[in-house]
Ligand binder design. Structure first.
Ligand code: 5GP
Length: 179
């Protein structure tokens, strides 16, 4: 079992790079079927989705545009109470098909706050593509999560863009917190 020590925590290999790459190709094919000739805008959510976005847009092999946003959290005392706002969107998304690309959807709280901000910009459609989804943690079942790489247990993971205090983003596989 391949192990990674990140600061004070130990992680074990959970999804090898080859499994991720295979799944990303399959997601790309599914997106191609739905979005060919629609010239969608992929919007990656930084920082975690930078690798997934890069691999996914190449796997789709359709004409598209790519943008990135960052989520700024402010006010509130807990992570879920915090106001979340998307910053950095540089494109006009009116009447465009949008695919939001995320590394992981956990509670869904981030997207539940973000989607209304994007909907007022009147896109033609919004879909979410997430590499990882934690179904046990999800509190917003109505989010438009149309493309899921892997459903995983409610355990902390790093790698393939995901970090623990900025450690581990460069790893090609996904690593799960060891028991
Ligand atoms: P949500 O708003 O869906 O609860 O959380 C989404 C954000 O929480 C993700 O974009 C990510 O930044 C962080 N997150 C949730 N679960 C994990 C995890 O297992 N590992 C890491 N590194 N981040 C996580």
């Amino acid at each position: 079992m391949q192990k990674i020590i990140a600061q004070d925590l130990s992680f074990e290999l959970y999804l090898p790079a080859s499994d991720i790459q295979k799944r990303v190709q399959a997601l790309g094919a599914a997106i191609r079927q739905q979005y060919e000739n629609k010239n969608p805008i992929f919007i990656g959510v930084l920082n975690g989705a930078f690798l997934f976005t890069a691999d996914l847009v190449r796997a789709c092999q359709i004409s598209c545009e790519v943008d990135f946003i960052k989520i700024a959290s402010y006010a509130g005392t807990t992570s879920t109470n915090k106001m979340k706002k998307a910053i950095g969107l540089s494109k006009d998304i009116k009447q465009r098909h949008i695919i939001l690309v995320e590394d992981i959807v956990d509670t869904g709280n981030t997207f539940s706050k973000l989607l209304p901000d994007l909907q007022v910009l009147e896109p033609a459609s919004i879909a979410i593509a997430t590499l990882l989804l934690k179904p046990e943690a999800l509190q917003y079942p109505n989010l438009p999560i149309q493309f899921v790489g892997f459903e995983i247990p409610n355990k902390f993971v790093i790698g393939y863009g995901l970090d623990y205090n900025e450690v581990g983003r460069q790893l090609e596989g996904i690593y799960q917190l060891a028991e």
